[in-house]
Design a binder for this molecule. Structure first.
Ligand SMILES: [Zn+2]
Length: 271
């Protein structure tokens, strides 16, 4: 079935490359992407629209527009804790590829072998990315997040800190992508596929928090006496010291790993 008479899963070819350029340009002009992020988004968007089609673009935009929207909404409120995060609200190439690189690869896989489970894996990858972004932007406003493993209260913005607001936001972000994925599933709307995508997004979100609490690299700024993800320099200019975690595993790597787990859940359950 084609809701609204659109061929949702017809590859757009070079038109997809052109549309992706327009969307990346608009996001750059809206200051949602840095210059490197805009180039990366053009590449990711081109693969998804050229090889996937409109349905694939709808999911990508649902993730990107909602995440950017929450970032702006929360920007003023979270200013006090923002320095804990390594990067500002403009997405750079590392963030775009960590959140969208696997999704682009899954659109390539669907073009090679058009099976519903590639679509489910693609949607679950974006569901996890949305869950993580929504939880980060909304959860950070909770005054007393708790460490996911120890349960002790940690400062807002601490990696591995979770709160009821963060979990609800994660469920909402993954739920939006899951609903769209089920509605626009290849063939006809598919509730089971939607549930698989939602579950994948939630599992990915939990993995993200667990990795953030255990093995993600964290640093310490001696000048500000604060823990931070920023390295090698804190925003104050002082050199940060490694405190815990694997020195090579930063936030982008944690995102990419949790998104891969989500895609695997979608792939296994969504076929
Ligand atoms: Zn500092």
């Amino acid at each position: 079935m084609d809701p609204f008479g659109v061929a949702w899963h017809a590859p757009l070819g070079w038109w997809g490359v052109a549309w992706a350029a327009g969307i990346a340009w608009a996001a750059y002009r809206a200051r949602s992407l840095s210059p490197s992020g805009a180039w990366a988004a053009w590449g990711v968007g081109s693969a998804i629209l050229a090889l996937g089609g409109w349905a694939w673009g709808v999911l990508l935009l649902a993730f990107f527009v909602s995440s950017s929207g929450w970032s702006r909404w929360a920007a003023a409120r979270k200013r006090a804790t923002a320095e804990k995060f390594a990067k500002g609200s403009r997405r750079d190439a590392g963030q775009v590829l960590a959140n969208g690189g696997l999704a682009a690869a899954l659109a390539v896989a669907y073009a090679w072998q058009p099976a519903a489970r590639w679509w489910a894996a693609f949607a679950a990858a974006l569901a996890a990315a949305a869950a993580d972004t929504w939880a980060t932007e909304i959860g950070v406003l909770h005054p007393r997040p708790r460490h996911i493993l120890s349960g002790r209260v940690v400062a807002p913005g601490t990696s591995g800190g979770v709160s009821p607001w963060g979990w609800a936001a994660a469920a909402g972000g993954a739920g939006l992508l899951a609903a769209l994925a089920g509605l626009l599933a290849p063939g006809e709307p598919n509730g089971r596929l939607a549930l698989s995508v939602w579950l994948g997004g939630l599992v990915g979100s939990a993995v993200d928090s667990l990795l953030g609490a255990t093995v993600q690299a964290m640093y310490y700024c001696p000048a500000c006496a604060k823990e931070t993800e920023q390295h090698p320099f804190h925003r104050c200019g002082a050199r940060t010291q490694h405190r815990r975690g694997w020195p090579w595993l930063h936030n982008d790597g944690v995102n990419a790993a949790s998104i891969a787990v989500a895609a695997l859940v979608g792939f296994l359950l969504g076929g």
